[in-house]
Write a protein that binds this ligand. Structure first.
Ligand code: S0N
Length: 298
């Protein structure tokens, strides 16, 4: 365990949302003070190896937005309850004939108003990619199926030595040809990615490390402390630089949507400049803007 204090926030049924405090003042000689908090989101359905149902994903999405809006939070940690699983993917008990059912007892009357199920996880994956703070997967036990794709969508993965990784789609009649294929292929190469999907084998933490699926492997009882150390190292760094880096990594991979995010991140910076403010102020003051004092940069 780590020394940080986790304070629960929010009212959720399928997850826990906690925010850290009590970080060590120094990370290593010469490092600056740790600034800010870690938001920890825990999928809390250990009885089904932390499989997600729509409600789980709706709550994770809400928690991610909460962490995004909290200006004290610099890094987000996603994990599963207990040592046996990070997440075992979509809950097959509530899988309908068209997506997943929010209310499996009333398949024709979904609380959301939809008459059919949907894949909430696809929206969540995009939210994770676009969220402008690093997301770290802390994996103990199984990261399988859609749970494996969730760790792929995290920016970093810290694995316990008992972690097991794999896809099961072709065994259970599903597949994720979106980020589950493309990001995996980028990480491990297309041949290995196809092997993982076509054969549905499971891979140990060490095998995952060797193929570039995870950042490091640590003993299970050191998992949280090591993950917190990685988060603290990022917390000590420039949050805007981290934000721009994450957007930059995704700009090409996510096409126009990735470029859009990077472009609007630069727009955020531009808004802070006198040059941009001159345009705004001139409009408000009903005069022509005077940009003459601003350099035409080389
Ligand atoms: C995780 C595994 C390997 C763990 O094995 P272990 O430790 O032997 O435990 P079990 O005895 O098997 O499990 C304990 C209890 O948990 C239940 N359970 C486990 N996983 C699930 C699950 N995914 N859904 C519902 N229940 C689950 C077991 O049934 C057992 O319950 P009891 O005690 O009552 O019998 C092993 O459990 C395993 O292989 N699990 C299934 C993994 C799997 O196939 N997951 C689904 C894969 N598909 C997706 O995730 C697709 C979702 C998706 O991401 C997606 C994305 C984009 C577009 C489409 C989709 C899409 O949905 O298709």
């Amino acid at each position: 365990m780590s020394d940080v204090i986790w304070t629960p926030e929010g009212d959720y049924s399928d997850i826990r949302y906690e925010v850290s405090s009590n970080h060590g003042p120094e990370l290593e000689p010469g490092a600056g003070p740790s600034a800010g908090s870690i938001a920890k989101i825990t999928i809390d359905r250990p009885e089904v190896r932390n499989a997600f149902r729509p409600q789980t994903l709706i709550e994770v999405s809400h928690a991610l937005e909460r962490a995004r809006e909290d200006t004290a939070v610099g890094v987000i940690l996603l994990t599963g309850e207990g040592p046996l699983a990070f997440c075992s993917g979509g809950d097959q008990q509530v899988r309908g004939d068209s997506g997943y059912l929010t209310d499996p007892d009333n398949p024709d009357r979904q609380p959301s108003g939809a008459s059919v199920g949907r894949f909430h996880v696809t929206d969540l994956q995009i939210q994770m990619r676009r969220l402008p703070k690093p997301i770290v997967a802390m994996v103990a036990g199984y990261a399988i199926g859609g749970g494996h794709v969730l760790h792929l969508c995290c920016d970093l993965t810290i694995a316990a030595d008992n972690a097991r990784f794999g896809q099961t789609g072709p065994k259970v009649g599903s597949f994720d040809g979106g980020f589950g294929a493309s990001v995996l292929s980028d990480l491990v190469g297309p041949k290995k990615a196809k092997e993982i999907w076509f054969l549905c084998r499971q891979y140990s933490a060490q095998e995952a490390l060797a193929m570039g699926l995870v950042n490091t492997v640590v003993p299970l009882d050191e998992l949280e402390a090591e993950t917190v150390r990685w988060c603290e190292e990022m917390l000590a760094n420039s949050p805007f630089a981290l934000r721009l880096l994450k957007a930059s990594f995704h700009a090409a991979e996510d096409g126009y949507a990735g470029l859009q995010q990077l472009a609007h991140d630069t727009n955020l910076l531009f808004y802070g400049s006198e040059e941009a403010q001159e345009g705004r102020d001139a409009y408000k003051q009903k005069r022509h803007p005077d940009f003459s004092r601003f350099p035409k940069r080389a």
